[in-house]
Design a protein around this ligand. Structure first.
Ligand code: WQD
Length: 337
């Protein structure tokens, strides 16, 4: 049975990917420092799959701890989620983002190189494109100066991996996520933002249950269908399954170069107002929101051309926007408010 290290495996996307890995018969070992999640997620994963993943509470910024993990553990692949991911927050705290998102990546790759380990899947982001010139965004769209330090850490991360694959015979795939949202059908795992949510969907659902007073819509003067910014909202389980497809591609040596990257989205763009409308439809509740000024670091529109991912990974999304938002709503209703 192949053993896979999942860093950030108790986080939002990580936990859903651990479930899909176990469903596919992989043995999973998780590293997480619990900075943006809780240990309960480990039991919740176990209650879904019936298999408890091995767990190590390690902060990947501490190089010695990363080394000692690999002194005692061999793995057949690594899926690296552990990182900070809020576009807006990264503008306020750039050094935290560079330390956490770049430093940990270098330590992980050094350990893999030193021990001849292979098969690295990187959690990248559509933010590497900045504001793309053409929509939908294809993989050969130019990566543009990132509009936020978060996006910059993903661009730099991909460059580090590309150079490492070339120099050290490593095989890696970067998955450029669009906007992951929603939760597992079991309603046992989902998005657990600690503190005030940075992202749209958890802010919407927390507003609807009264935890937040009202949603601020960041700008309605964008050159889009209704003036609000457009994103490609993908169900987190569809996203998790893309990781399995990418990992199998590397393990089976079907990759066509040592470093590949794929856009992982639905291929459809939805505006903030369209998301609100979808939420009000699936929840049957009216959302309290107001329009305010734009948020620094935001782009006007980003949605994926998924042709290459569909073909090369033999993967495509299965969930509609309504189903995806409904899964986020069901998850919220289950939380203690
Ligand atoms: C979505 C839209 C906001 C909050 C995310 C992840 C990032 C990356 C890309 C994976 C924007 C608007 C938001 C609010 C609002 N994904 N908004 N009011 O910025 O696209 O980035 O996807 O790597 O990690 O963070 O997502 O949910 O913050 O914003 O109007 O209270 O909703 O302006 O148009 P974003 P988001």
């Amino acid at each position: 049975m192949k053993r896979i290290l999942v860093t950030g495996g108790l986080g939002f996307i990580g936990s859903h990917t651990v479930v899909e890995l176990q469903n596919e018969g992989f043995e999973v070992v998780i590293i997480d420092n619990l900075s943006n999640t809780t240990i309960d997620v480990l039991d919740n994963i176990t209650s879904i799959t019936g298999k408890k993943p091995e767990f190590h509470q390690i902060d990947l910024r501490i190089k010695n701890d990363v080394t000692s993990f690999f002194d005692n553990n061999s793995v057949d692949g690594v899926i690296h989620f552990a990182a900070y991911k809020a576009v807006g927050e990264s503008v306020q705290k750039p050094l935290d983002y560079y330390e956490n998102n770049i430093g940990t990546l270098v330590y992980l790759l050094q350990e893999m190189k030193n021990r001849g380990l292979d098969n690295f899947i990187f959690s990248s982001s559509c933010t590497v494109y900045g504001q793309a010139d053409e929509l939908p965004i294809t993989e050969n769209a130019a990566t543009k100066p990132a509009e936020s330090p978060y996006g910059n850490t993903k661009q730099i991360g991909e460059e580090i991996i590309k150079d490492s694959c070339k120099a050290y015979n490593l095989n890696a795939i970067a998955l450029r996520y669009f906007n992951p949202i929603g939760g597992h059908e079991s309603i046992k795992i989902g998005e657990l933002p600690l503190g005030v949510p940075q992202n749209l969907i958890p802010f919407i659902t927390q507003t609807a249950v009264g935890i937040r007073k009202e949603l601020s819509v960041f700008g309605n003067d964008y050159p889009t269908k209704d003036g609000t910014a457009v994103r490609d909202y993908i169900h987190v389980v569809d996203l998790a399954k893309a990781h399995i497809a990418a990992l199998k591609r590397l393990i089976d040596r079907n990759n066509k170069s040592t470093f590949e990257f794929f856009n992982i989205g639905t291929g459809t763009g939805s505006s903030v107002l369209e998301v609100i409308k979808s939420f009000e439809k699936v929840s049957g509740t009216k959302l309290n929101y107001k329009i305010v000024e734009r948020r620094e670091g935001d782009v006007t529109a980003a949605y994926a051309d998924t042709t290459i991912a569909n073909k090369e990974l033999n993967w495509r999304t299965e969930k509609t926007l309504d189903e995806t938002i409904d899964s986020a709503w069901k998850w919220q209703l289950k939380q203690k408010s």
